[in-house]
Design a protein around this ligand. Structure first.
Ligand SMILES: C[S@@+](CC[C@H](N)C(=O)[O-])C[C@H]1O[C@@H](n2cnc3c(N)ncnc32)[C@H](O)[C@@H]1O
Length: 326
């Protein structure tokens, strides 16, 4: 599947990963397998988003022209019948899939094509329409991956630039009660650093899942990355002080930051954050975890160098196995 419509290539996104999201089915499966992920169908929709998240809103997302969207022919072309190895799994993501005018039609076609386990990445507001939600669940919606930036409305709404939290949380409660898995992610931002623990508690208590925290990626200098991104050592200090009964997962952070915290996220969230372009500091050259480590977002290296990184070292002869640093 060719790229749906021209949009400025974001400088801090990994172009190879981004291309996979909009590639043909065989190419997607090959990439997913190479990343150790199951061969699901990926459908990424381009269309304007109604939110104005300060780190995202741009010409290609919120300011996109209404008619500059993934056309129906392209959606239908990508939804060929589900292959046995896909086990009915379809991931739908994009700028804001629920605002794409063909979304309902897409769900009908996906059901006809035997996709019965559909995961959706969305900022979620239209989930509050009970009739549409029920229809999507009947068609195979099984999981939603949504961002939340705080456990209270004002703080979240300030980040997304719209009154969203109250309706979103009520919609997620309703979807959860109807059997939809609710996966939540947030970003390591200075402005919401105090919100992460209450948010993780809320996610666990309300929806029985584990909050994933991801790094902030620079975006063509449209915001001040150094002012907004929570420093790596500040994140690690916070997580070290968390009560042990509150779960959290890190996605897209180097392994030496809070190494005791579990890594990973729902496939939909993990896939999205693979698009962040990352690199390594010179300090990382001898790190024993480097072959498996995702590295750090580029802005970190440019603006903070190796601050907060502490590579794992191979034990020198005579040291105990537990003293590998990090
Ligand atoms: C591009 S949005 C699309 C789906 C949906 N509209 C949403 O808000 O989740 C997907 C995710 O990208 C993340 N995102 C956007 N810009 C980012 C940036 N500059 N750095 C890190 N994450 C970003 C947000 O957390 C968001 O949840």
């Amino acid at each position: 599947m060719p790229h749906p419509s021209p949009s400025p290539a974001p400088r801090h996104e990994d172009a190879a990963v981004r291309d996979v999201l909009t590639a043909g089915v065989a190419e997607q499966h090959a990439a997913l397998r190479a990343w150790g992920l199951p061969p699901v169908r990926l459908l990424v929709l381009y269309n304007p988003c109604a939110f104005r998240c300060f780190f995202c809103a741009s010409a290609g997302t919120s300011d996109r022209a209404a008619d500059d969207r993934t056309p129906w022919a392209q959606i239908a072309g990508h939804l060929s019948p589900a292959l046995p190895e896909e086990q009915g799994r379809l991931i739908v993501a994009g700028n804001e899939p629920l605002l794409h005018p063909d979304f309902d039609r897409l769900m009908d076609l996906a059901a006809d094509r035997a996709f019965h386990h559909i995961e959706l990445m969305t900022s979620g507001t239209p989930l509050s329409d009970p009739a549409r939600r029920t229809r999507w669940i009947q068609r195979g919606l099984r999981a939603v991956a949504v961002p939340l930036y705080a456990a209270v409305a004002d703080e979240h709404d300030a980040v997304v630039g719209a009154p969203a939290w109250d309706g979103l949380v009520a919609a997620l409660d309703a979807a959860h009660a109807e059997g939809v898995r609710v996966e939540v992610h947030s970003l390591a931002l200075r402005r919401t650093a105090n919100a992460l623990l209450p948010l993780a508690r809320m996610v666990q208590a309300r929806w029985g899942t584990t909050l994933a925290i991801a790094p902030l990626r620079d975006k063509e200098g449209q915001f001040d990355w150094a002012r907004e991104a929570l420093p790596l050592d500040a994140l690690a200090d916070r997580l070290a002080a968390w009560p042990t009964d509150v779960g959290v997962r890190l996605v897209g952070f180097p392994f030496c930051v809070a190494p005791e915290a579990p890594r990973g996220a729902a496939d939909t969230i993990g896939l999205y954050f693979r698009t962040q372009r990352r690199a390594f500091a010179p300090l990382c050259a001898a790190c024993t975890a480097r072959p498996r480590c995702p590295g750090v977002v580029e802005a970190q290296l440019r603006q903070r160098g190796d601050a907060g990184l502490s590579p794992f070292r191979a034990p020198s002869p005579g040291t105990s196995p537990g003293s590998t640093g990090g």
